[in-house]
Write a protein that binds this ligand. Structure first.
Ligand code: COI
Length: 359
């Protein structure tokens, strides 16, 4: 089924920002996508309208009980001027897995991808082409019943907003650099049976206190440990975490508490194609510290849509600092970064059908 959406053009388009000054997620384009869901009607009235504030009841369920979800994806400008999306069908699938967890309605994958493409098409001129920049796409759904009872809503709103963005970590401005990461031993991100695998706002609200602790130690982000034993590595900030110990590349298994990252999946696919041993297994912080002390911890990096590949240079755990690869970007991290961004921007051939053009 193909979908089209009516467009109301913005009569007051904004000047485009300087691509060399872009930060992450602070400037927004001229248009946004809005679609409603009502019981009995399903998703209806998808439309593109000028970007702007929305009216919401102060009793709206999302404001009280956080029944909401979001996705994150990017559009890239190729050298020939094409605008490319990266594996958008994976975002659609993840959206539906999240929605199932928090009692929100399913959405036809094609409807989702068509809405993203139509919105990006409208603001194609906003896709930056400077190195380390892209158009960050934020689809999200809010529950919107004006009622204070704790139960799933009957009316939902799906929206897509777009922001021309620079690197997620300021350290990566102009070149790939390493980050300082704070290993959190007190607060947790997700527990088994919870919402760790789902992309819901509450997961992020619960993470802010730990981020403050990390910033106070001059760290860029938090490395989360498991909720049960505070022992096993889960994620880093809002991204998945990879560690290279000896010849093995290790990331946490998708066992309910880990976000199934699309970049994570792409990294694992590439490593396996390259014949690099890549394992999804439990990895304790003690094993990482021991490897760091023995010199076996070769590299570590975060992988995510926003973060792309962000190598870690320092781990701070229980007041001690462990330096990784002399705080330099490792060869494997750089190769993965170059390959993924090469495919995303059309510089490298897309032999896996990962990119989709926005016409
Ligand atoms: C993404 O990588 O798209 C994310 O969702 C991270 C975001 C919370 C900044």
């Amino acid at each position: 089924m193909s979908y089209t959406f009516p467009v109301t053009r913005n009569p007051n388009p904004k000047p485009k920002p300087d691509p060399n000054e872009l930060v992450f997620g602070k400037q927004f384009t001229d248009h946004m996508f809005v679609m409603d869901y009502d019981e009995g009607q399903g998703w209806h009235d998808g439309r593109i309208i000028p970007y702007g504030d929305i009216l919401i009841s102060p009793a709206s369920s999302v404001l009280h009980y956080a029944q909401m979800m979001f996705e994150g994806m990017k559009a890239y400008k190729s050298a020939s001027g094409d605008v490319l999306l990266f594996r958008p069908e994976m975002n659609a699938r993840r959206l539906n897995r999240t929605n199932e967890r928090i009692c929100m309605p399913q959405m036809d994958e094609e409807l989702f991808v068509s809405a993203v493409k139509a919105t990006v098409h409208e603001d194609k001129d906003w896709v930056p082409d400077a190195p380390f920049t892209s158009l960050y796409i934020r689809p999200f759904i809010i529950a919107d019943d004006p009622a204070l009872g704790v139960k799933s809503a009957h009316h939902f709103r799906f929206m897509i907003i777009l922001c021309p963005s620079g690197p997620y970590y300021a350290a990566n401005r102009g070149k790939l650099s390493t980050t300082r990461i704070f290993v959190e031993d007190e607060y947790i991100r997700a527990a088994h049976g919870g919402t760790g695998y789902a992309k819901v706002g509450g997961n992020y609200a619960g993470s802010l206190r730990a981020s403050q602790k990390a910033y106070a130690c001059d760290c860029n982000d938090v490395l989360w440990l498991d909720a049960h034993e505070h022992k096993y590595i889960e994620e880093v900030g809002s991204s998945n975490a990879f560690f290279v110990i000896g010849d093995e590349v290790i990331t946490a298994p998708l066992a309910g508490t880990i976000l199934p990252g699309i970049t994570r999946d792409s990294v694992l696919t590439l490593l396996r194609e390259w014949g690099v041993p890549a394992t999804e297994r439990k990895l304790s912080i003690d094993e990482v510290v021991a490897a760091a002390k023995e010199g076996a911890l070769k590299e570590a990096f975060a992988s995510g849509t926003a973060a792309v590949i962000s190598p870690m240079g320092t781990l701070r755990y229980l007041g001690e600092e462990y330096v990784i690869n002399n705080r330099e970007v490792g060869a494997l991290s750089q190769k993965i970064y170059d390959t993924i961004t090469g495919i995303q921007t059309g510089k490298l051939p897309d032999t896996r059908g990962w990119t989709q053009r926005v016409d």
